[in-house]
Every structure is written in C-alpha cells, then in structure tokens.
Design a protein around this ligand. Structure first.
Ligand code: KIV
Ligand code: ZN
Length: 533
C-alpha cells in the first residue's frame, strides 16, 4: 500500500491538490431508499418510497438513489415509479458489475428526466480474494466493461470501488482512471466498513487528485459508513480535500451503524461556512420533516440526543443554560431550530376551524391530499379538537400521515372499547370493516394491548410475528397524541405499520391494522389467489 504523508495537525479540511475542483457546490446524493432500506427491519413499500422521494426532491436533494433494481421486483418497481415521478433530482439505481444488473437498472431508471446508473465492484485485496474470488486484473477489466456498458445506455454513470478505503493505492488509482476513461462522470470512494479516520480519508482523496491524470473529468464522491461514528467527519474531511459529492441518508439510516447523516452534513456545511466554504442545494428547513417521515415509515426512532434531529437537539434543561438562552440565544445555540424546520410548536386551530382553513393549513404544511383523504382527515381533526385542548402543527402532520397511509386499506378501524387496570382480565371489544363489511370481536389478553391485538387476530387470522411495538408522544402533555409503530414479520419479510391517536390503545390498533394491510398487499403481489383477510 503506498504511503501518504499527513503532517501533524493537518486537518484535511483546507489543504487541497492543484487539481481540486474550483466549484464550492457539494452534490447531495441521498441513499435512504437504497443503503438506508438495507438496514434490517427498515423495508418500505412502494407508496412510502414515493412519499420519501417526493420530499427529498422538494427539499433540494440533487441525486436520489431509489434502489437496487435487480434485487427484487419490488425494488425494480420502486425505482421505475420514482423515476417517472421525479422531475428535478437525478434518479439513480444501483447495479453490480454485470450485464444483467446494468440492463435491469437501466430499464428502471430510463423513465427519469435525469437518470443515472451507479455500478460498483469491490477493489480491496480482502474483498477481491474472498468475496469476489477474482484476480485484480479481472476486476480491472470488469470496471472497464461495466462502465462502458452503462455509458452505452445512460449518459450519467457513477462508478464505485466498494471497500475503496482499504484498497491498495496503486490499484485504486488505476481503476479510478480506467472508470473515468470508460465514461464514468462520478467516481465514488466508499469507506464501506466505516474503518477510515478523517485525516487518513482526506489524504486518500488528495492522493487521487494528485495521482490520477484524468481526475478532473469526473466528480469525486464519498460514501462513508458509521461503524466508528466517523461517517460525517470523514465525509467533511473528504470535501475539504476536493470531493464534491457526499452520499448520505436521512437520520443516518443504513447498513449496520448506518451512513453519514444528511442533516448533519448539510447543517455542518451551513453552520461552519467560515471553516468549510461549501454550499449544498438542500433547503435545511425541510430537515425535521424528512427525519420524522423516515422515522415514522421505518419505525427507526431517532435517539433523543441525536445531532440536529433528536428531540433534545434544541432543548435547554439546566438553569444556567436557560438563563444564558434568555439573555442571548447565541450563548448555547449555534443554529436556530427554525433553520431545520423546527418552528416553535404553533397552536394551529381549534374545534371551530372550518374545512377551508384546515385545507389551507395542510397546504402550508406541505400536504396536497385528495378529496377523500381530506374529508377523512378533517373528520378526525374535528374529533381530535374535541378531545385535545391544543392542536399543534405536529398533531395535524401525524393525523394526515395516518390518513394518507390508510387510503386503500382493506381492513379499517371502526371502534374500540377496552377494560384495563390492575384487576384482570383486561379485555378489548373491537369493531373493524373488512372489505367493506363490519365485523366485531371481544377478547381478553395479557394487558389491554395484547387484548386489542388478540381481537384483530380473531377477525383476521394470521401467523405473522410481532417484532416491534413502539410508542412515542407527538407533542408534550398528557393529552398528546400517541404515535405507535408495529413491525410484523411473515416468511422472512417484515412490514412496519403506524397509527396515531390521543388514545394509545386506538393508536396501537391502527398501527397493527396498518401493518396487516401491508402484509396483505405483499401477499397479494406474490400469490394473488391465496389472499385471505
Ligand atoms: O458501502 C458501500 O460500499 C456501498 C456501495 C455499493 C456504494 O454501499
Ligand atoms: Zn454503503
């Protein structure tokens, strides 16, 4: 491995090669729907992927990696649909270095206004020997062949050297040069196993600028995993060394410990523009909304102290801090909550607000819903306003999200009565509408949640296993809405369901029913004749 000298104290953020790009614009490449979805349990259905993609586009993400088309029919369908719907961002699909992968990827992304094929192969000695069982020369030829094939189909091709940070430098330079010569417009250097440290990673990027003769004909990209908690630091160090595309995910979702968190990259560049004079096209005010949407859809809760999007990220608890904040917000706040879209929780409307005002509010919150969903959401809003003293923006978002995901459900919640408390048995009387027909069941259980879920199982027999049951409050106060996530697993496939309501048990029933509806859709796609509810 060739040596790279890094002088003491060098941060990697300022020292660049003469071939470093003049542009200060950093391309944000979001891979929440591909690498993010590869996190066990984070699978999303088509409708959910489309919702996330539309929001990513609205927030100004440059490239959306929508999936891995050859991986499954579901992935293929999601990439094609997203390609058809997205008009501003580039839509990218992933493909291994093989003819079938690349053809399938092109089939899916070709509908996009700005399609991209992202093809990759491992280049580290370890991966080539044990994973690929290929000699370096064969890998080098595969790079040329795959990029050439992709370029013959699509003008925008990205090439990645998987495990790039552990690749022998001479070989890395050779493959990068060949990929660019074969037509790659972007060369991506992944720290696949999250092993690099910032100075070393910046030096690696600089080494490429110094040694690869045609490096100025491509955008250098980085893709850092977070196994040592250094994904964001490594990505920023690489930007300082000349990288102009960062691959990242909302909430840092991704394989194992995840990828670099998009919100952290964007806000670090924005807040420390003095030290890192680079810009992105992301409208940071969308960050909180994107974080909540991805968290609600995947069921992956954001840790309270997570930078930028954790619930405590802008909370000031200690007396000294609160006193400082009252005197001058800058004492303890380096960016404003508003800059990440965390407005002061606004009191929106009360029970006297009309349908028109409600529709206007939805528009302001970024929702365009059809008439049916609007009517149902308005009915639930009125119901909520009757039961809850203050209705906040967050309540409306939770309620509409809940309604949108339920638009085409076969099983619908109607009503629930529960007997809970210390004197068992706890029981639940549940009414559902299944394929338009009302049914009810009364069951007992080991606690009210169990009783409620047993009632659902009695009306809709199934063998799916409950993998996750999680509750969190949408706003503060004891009358806050509960947002529940339920994960069900059947035949190795898992689905997440969400439900919200001021009553935690109603929210739980809604979440379970939502997950069950998703399972029915999944089953219907694989074996239409065998579908029963
Ligand atoms: O982590 C990785 O190396 C990847 C590549 C496919 C870009 O996800
Ligand atoms: Zn990855």
């Amino acid at each position: 491995m060739s040596a790279v000298n890094v002088t003491a104290g060098e941060t990697g953020l300022t020292k660049t090669s003469p071939k470093s790009p003049a542009s200060a614009r950093v391309i944000i490449f979001d891979t929440t729907l591909r690498d993010g979805e590869q996190s066990p349990g984070a699978s999303m259905n088509l409708e959910e992927k489309i919702r996330i993609a539309l929001l990513l586009e609205e927030m100004g993400v440059d490239v959306i990696e929508a999936g891995f088309p050859i991986a499954s029919n579901g992935d293929f369908e999601a990439v094609s649909e997203i390609a058809k719907r997205i008009t501003q961002s580039t839509v990218c699909g992933l493909a291994r270095a093989g003819r079938a992968d690349i053809e399938r990827c092109w089939e899916a992304v070709q509908h996009a206004k700005r399609p991209r094929i992202h093809t990759f192969i491992s280049t580290s000695p370890l991966h080539m020997k044990f994973k690929l069982q290929m000699a370096a020369e064969q890998v080098h030829q595969a790079v040329i062949d795959s990029v050439t094939q992709a370029r013959n189909l699509c003008p925008d091709v990205e090439w990645s050297c998987e495990d790039g940070s552990r690749t022998e430098h001479d070989f890395l330079c050779r493959t990068v040069e060949s990929a660019i010569k074969a037509g790659a417009r972007t060369v991506n250097i992944p720290d696949t196993v999250g092993y690099a440290v910032p100075e070393e990673f910046a030096a690696l990027i600089r080494m490429l600028f110094d040694r690869v003769p045609n490096i100025d004909q491509a955008v250098v990209s980085v893709h850092c995993h977070n196994d040592l908690g250094l994904a964001v630091a490594n990505s920023l160090a690489a930007v300082g060394a000349g990288a102009r595309q960062v691959e990242c995910t909302v909430n840092g979702l991704g394989e194992r410990a995840g990828n670099a968190a998009m919100e952290e990259i964007v806000m670090a560049l924005k807040t420390r523009h003095d030290r890192m004079p680079f810009t992105t096209g992301v409208k940071s005010e969308y960050i909180t909304r994107a974080s909540r949407l991805v968290s609600a859809i995947t069921g992956f809760v954001v840790q309270p102290n997570k930078a930028i999007v954790g619930t405590n990220a802008f909370a000031h608890e200690s007396g000294i801090h609160q006193d400082g904040m009252l005197k001058h917000a800058g004492t303890y706040e380096i960016m404003t909550p508003e800059s990440v879209g965390l407005g002061k929780s606004t009191l929106v409307m009360g029970k006297h607000s009309g349908r028109h005002a409600f529709k206007m509010k939805l528009k302001e919150l970024g929702f365009e819903v059809g008439d049916n969903a609007l009517n149902e959401a308005f009915r639930r809003f009125k119901d909520l306003a009757d039961r809850k003293k203050d209705v906040y923006d967050e309540d409306i978002v939770a309620l509409v999200d809940d309604e949108v995901v339920r638009a085409h459900e076969r099983i619908r919640f109607v009503s629930l009565q529960v007997i809970a408390g210390s004197k068992g048995p706890q029981s639940a009387e549940l009414e559902l509408e299944i394929d338009g027909e009302r049914r009810s069941a009364k069951t007992t259980g080991n606690g009210p949640v169990d009783a409620t879920f047993n009632a659902i199982k009695q009306m809709v027999p199934h063998t799916a296993r409950l993998q996750l049951y999680q509750v969190h409050a949408v706003t503060e106060g004891t009358d806050a809405q509960a947002e529940v996530t339920v994960r069900l697993e059947e035949n190795g496939k898992s689905v997440n369901g969400q439900g919200s309501d001021p009553d935690t048990l109603v929210a739980s029933a809604r979440a379970y029913i939502h997950a069950l509806n998703k399972l029915l859709t999944k089953r219907a796609k694989t074996a239409p004749a065998a579908m029963t509810a």
